[in-house]
Design a protein around this ligand. Structure first.
Ligand SMILES: [Zn+2]
Length: 78
């Protein structure tokens, strides 16, 4: 028989619960924070000719549509 003291039985599941909760909290915090960082240096382009939507991180005022090759302006997202 394994000798386990009562504080260990009580505190280990509690510590594991706290760890899981804090990991989930951290995961959601990163998920919530990430899109702001990503959209900050990405531009969304919507093709006026074919309606194709594409994203590019380069700071280009005009970018060619990968589908029909017509030039389009970046859509303002903010
Ligand atoms: Zn197009």
């Amino acid at each position: 028989m394994i000798q386990v003291s009562w504080p260990v039985i009580f505190y280990v599941p509690l510590a594991l619960n706290l760890l899981v909760v804090s990991l989930i909290g951290l995961f959601y915090f990163i998920r919530r924070y990430e899109p702001h960082v990503r959209y900050a240096n990405e531009r969304i382009y919507r093709c006026a000719a074919c309606g194709h939507v594409y994203v590019d991180s380069r700071k280009m005022p005009l970018l060619r549509c990968p589908r029909c090759d017509s030039l389009n302006e970046a859509v303002r997202t903010h």
